[in-house]
Unconditional design. Structure first.
Length: 329
């Protein structure tokens, strides 16, 4: 820094202000300092900065998979929002959802020196993993049922499922079948519970749950069974990928959508409007979930004690061409 100051003809304090992006330096002086930095190959020492400030300006993210649309889009929003606030993101995917893997991920992130951690996984693994974190590290959990044990940001899963069921019932369908996600998923369980509650409130028969694993292939397998039931005229799929497989199974069985069977999904992935027919679905605002996760960890860093509780991001129904009046309605 002293070498840069001598070459630029300014004080070391001015070099520090330029390297940290502080205001109050005129453009001519800033240009001189930046030119001197480039000529000398100077780069600020992030470790020294961290020691001086007592923070690392880095947020760690732990997630099980990058194969799902929700995780990828949430992570994209986290990275963008963090960068806007001057923070870097360190991503640590967990290979398998076990307590040992989760504990190891937290340990590695602690060694990598992060100020906060955003976790995209089921909260029961956090509770059972006997995690020990440095006292300064803050945690926000996305898409999980953590109650007041952590700061949580989640989509309004129940509200979205109710929108789906109410839409299908309003079209004259006697009941709604449910193609659910895996039973160890909080999001899948919350959507199933809301589907069941909405049918019960309307006084309708509650069919047996048909379960998939979020993939289009599992939706196709389940869809072949549903297509064989002539009493099935409406299906709420817990995500758009399973709805895609269901559409294929119905087509192969000669059952028209929406004339014979109405189908509604959940997520509103970018491709859902290009399904055949275009898919009616529940829109999740993954970008808002990611932004609120970053806001949550930054807010925790400035509060003592940190906040707890859940922030729900609203959903909305996107009506396209895969839903229509019940046969004979």
């Amino acid at each position: 820094m002293a070498d840069v100051a001598r070459l630029a003809g300014v004080s070391s304090q001015t070099v520090s202000r330029v390297s940290n992006g502080f205001p109050g330096v005129n453009e001519e002086t800033r240009s001189q300092v930046l030119a001197a930095m480039q000529e000398l190959g100077y780069r600020p020492n992030s470790a020294a900065r961290a020691l001086k400030r007592g923070e690392f300006r880095t947020i760690g993210v732990i997630t099980f998979t990058l194969a799902t649309t929700g995780n990828v889009r949430t992570l994209e929003a986290i990275a963008t929002s963090a960068a806007e606030e001057g923070y870097a993101v360190t991503l640590l995917p967990v290979a398998v959802p076990t307590q040992d893997e989760v504990r190891g991920a937290f340990t590695r992130l602690g060694e990598l020196a992060v100020d906060a951690i955003i976790v995209i996984m089921e909260v029961h693994l956090l509770d059972n993993a006997t995690i020990s974190l440095p006292p300064h590290v803050k945690v926000v959990v996305a898409d999980s049922d953590a109650g007041d044990r952590y700061t949580v940001v989640d989509t309004d899963q129940a509200g979205g499922a109710r929108l789906a069921v109410e839409h299908l019932l309003s079209l004259g369908h006697r009941t709604v079948w449910h193609l659910a996600g895996p039973d160890d998923s909080f999001a899948a369980q919350r959507r199933t519970d809301a589907w069941r509650a909405a049918l019960a409130q309307a006084g309708r028969e509650i069919p047996e749950v048909v379960r998939g694993d979020w993939s289009a292939e599992s939706g196709y397998r389940a869809g072949r069974a549903l297509a064989a039931r002539t009493d099935c005229t409406a299906v709420f799929a817990a995500n758009d990928q399973m709805a895609l497989g269901l559409l294929r199974a119905l087509h192969e069985a000669g059952r028209r959508v929406p004339e014979d069977v109405s189908v509604i999904g959940f997520d509103d992935i970018p491709e859902s409007g290009s399904f055949l027919p275009p898919l009616t679905t529940v829109h999740q605002d993954f970008a808002q979930v990611g932004r609120l996760c970053v806001d949550g960890v930054l807010r925790q860093m400035s509060l003592s004690p940190p906040e707890r509780g859940t922030t729900l991001v609203p959903t909305r129904l996107v009506v396209r061409e895969s839903t229509g009046p019940a046969p004979g309605a």
